[in-house]
Design a protein around this ligand. Structure first.
Ligand SMILES: O=C(O)C1=C[C@@H](OP(=O)(O)O)[C@@H](O)[C@H](O)C1
Ligand SMILES: C=C(OP(=O)(O)O)C(=O)O
Length: 417
């Protein structure tokens, strides 16, 4: 379903409760399946986390994980250690194009029984769960950190724990550290020194505990963008957040300072306030926070400023090729974008300052395609503060943030179907 976003004016002050982090939830749901003594609060209501919970509880022979990449990778490791269980793990058309070989090979090195059912190196896969006998493995760390987190999540269940040696430049490191911190919170010991991660085997009963998931920082990014596009003085409060987050995307606080957005932590909330108008060109390396690349590119485009983004090599294998998708959709609106396999350069534009000759400001323009990618829909939405636009297949946001459109309406966005 396509949504029309009419040119909107944001309320001067508003507040929003954002659902739990999808990344933290998916890890904790898996850990809870391995160690049922834990209770969880503020679990993400995203499609991906719902699919994860359903898959973990499923007794079926075929588990379909749709578009949920993290769930696909984590469940591959989970089912590999479910002794006596046989499962086919499959997903959407796009999931069958998202590589999983590095993880599958590492699990096989540890003793797992996994076979590819269609294309070598890609889902769907058949997993015959068994006891893994080895405890040392080396894997490439520059393609996706999800492979590493998947192994770490099951590591304490292996007889002798796990020693992982990471080869090459390590990508998305905060997600690996998040996994280790959550293991630590439930009482599983680990260390991460240079390129070696060690996880101790779990030998005793863990203490029962309630773990509260922090709200999702990637979802918060769209509000940073919205505040950056408003007049000085506008304020949005988001809950529930903490200053020492496990989520790497909390780097938004520093990044959006450069766009004139000030963030204040207050009890369990963050208050975002537009302080100054900063129209200097921007440059960021997002190797540690790939999921906010689309948000930042669109903020810069809407402000008409140049932006250089580096460290984007993982974007090509996400829900869609996000580099190509960003270029195509920004250029549809009249912007100019250059991309390589790991970077994006947005040229400054005058679309939003010079009204005449602006294809965007004269009407709704061509619809923005979303390519089954929730972050395409959400990243382009803040543009409605500058111009009307149509977003195709807008319900795609439910992959990570099902109430996104209702929340935007509550802060002043005018949206019709
Ligand atoms: O472990 C996780 O929860 C995630 C890791 C990142 O993936 P990569 O390591 O593939 O960049 C990120 O993009 C994804 O949305 C969530
Ligand atoms: C890349 C993402 O998710 P996944 O890899 O889990 O599909 C995302 O949410 O931006």
């Amino acid at each position: 379903m396509d949504f029309t976003l009419h040119k909107s004016v944001l309320n001067k002050q508003s507040s929003i409760q954002i659902t739990g982090s999808k990344s933290e939830s998916n890890r904790l749901l898996l850990l809870q399946a391995l160690f049922p003594e834990f209770k969880l609060e503020n679990v993400s209501n995203s499609d991906d986390s719902n699919l994860m919970a359903k898959a973990l509880a499923s007794k079926e022979q075929v588990v379909d994980i749709h578009h949920a990449g993290t769930a696909m990778r984590f469940l591959t490791a989970f089912f590999a250690v479910q002794e006596g269980r046989e499962v086919t793990l499959t997903g959407s058309k796009r999931m069958k194009e998202r590589p999983i070989k590095i993880l599958v090979e590492a699990l096989k090195d540890l003793g797992a029984n996994i076979t590819y059912l269609e294309n070598h190196g890609y889902p769907p896969i058949k997993i015959k769960g068994k006891k893994l006998t080895q405890n040392k493995v080396t894997l490439k760390a520059n393609v996706s950190s999800q492979y590493i987190s998947a192994l770490l999540l099951i590591a304490s269940k292996l007889e002798n724990g796990l020693e992982l040696t990471l080869e090459g430049e390590i990508t998305s490191i905060p997600y690996i550290k998040m996994t280790l911190s959550l293991l630590d919170e439930i009482g599983i010991e680990s260390s991460f020194v240079n390129n070696t991660i060690t996880v101790k085997p779990n030998t005793q009963h863990l203490l029962p505990k309630t773990l509260t998931v922090e709200s999702d920082w990637s979802s918060a990014s769209y509000y940073f963008s919205i505040v950056a596009l408003t007049d000085v003085g506008t304020e949005i409060t988001l809950t529930s957040y903490k200053e020492n987050s496990l989520q790497g995307d909390s780097v938004l606080v520093d990044i959006y300072k450069a766009f004139g957005v000030e963030t204040t932590f207050l009890n369990n909330s963050v208050v975002l306030k537009k302080k100054t108008q900063n129209l200097e060109p921007k440059s960021f390396n997002l190797v540690n926070a790939p999921d906010i690349a689309q948000t930042i590119a669109v903020t810069s485009f809407a402000l008409g400023i140049a932006c250089d983004l580096k460290g984007l090599h993982t974007l090509k294998i996400k829900e869609t090729d996000r580099l190509v998708a960003l270029k195509t959709e920004i250029e549809k609106l009249g912007g100019q974008v250059e991309i390589t396999d790991k970077s994006l350069h947005l040229k400054p534009n005058k679309l939003y300052s010079v009204k005449k000759n602006s294809p965007v400001l004269e009407g709704l323009g061509e619809p923005i395609a979303t390519y089954h990618d929730h972050r395409m829909a959400m990243a382009f939405a803040p543009l409605a503060l500058k111009t009307g636009l149509v977003i195709e297949d807008a319900l795609v946001v439910s992959k990570s943030y099902p109430t996104f459109w209702d929340d935007l309406k509550s802060i002043g966005f005018k949206i019709t179907q």
